[in-house]
Write a protein that binds this ligand. Structure first.
Ligand code: SF4
Length: 150
């Protein structure tokens, strides 16, 4: 059976910044796959719950190039934890021979086409999260739940 990586919160696991379930479970769409779930922010060492984080001065690619930062709502730079979480996520996927993932949209880690704006005002901007960018840079195909009309 082929394996696929999935953001843990898309399987209704408690890992989001607010400590709440997303009330979404995409596992029924993936019956042909063995699902390996992961949460880059927890892997990177952040707690649950935690303060919300957004990317300023760019997107995930820019964070990886030290041109942008992931900050929390207290204006603390947590980029290190996001990069570490992305690296550890890739480690898991490589060990499991996984080349395709479904990641939660808009997140500063998992967002694929859009991410929150960096203004903590619920607006989104075009761009990619840190983990999604890192995985793409390393040849992983990244989809989001939006690709399944959820
Ligand atoms: S979007 Fe990604 S980093 Fe955020 S809670 Fe879900 S799995 Fe974790």
């Amino acid at each position: 059976m082929n394996k696929i990586g999935v953001s843990s919160c898309l399987l209704n696991k408690i890992c989001r910044y607010d400590g709440k379930k997303l009330n979404v479970d995409i596992s029924s769409l993936l019956e042909d796959y063995e699902i390996i779930d992961f949460c880059p922010e927890l892997l990177g060492g952040l707690s649950c719950p935690r303060l919300p984080c957004e990317i300023i001065n760019g997107d995930g690619y820019d964070v990886l190039n030290n041109k942008a930062q992931v900050i929390n709502s207290n204006n603390e730079d947590l980029s290190y934890y996001f990069i570490k979480g992305a690296q550890l996520s890739l480690d898991i996927l490589k060990k499991q021979n996984i080349d395709k993932v479904i990641l939660k949209s808009n997140s500063p880690s998992c967002g694929n086409n859009y991410i929150y704006s960096g203004n903590f005002n619920n607006e989104i901007k075009k761009g990619i999260g840190v983990c999604a960018a890192y995985l793409k840079n390393n040849g992983i195909k990244v989809l989001s739940e939006k690709d399944f009309n959820l």
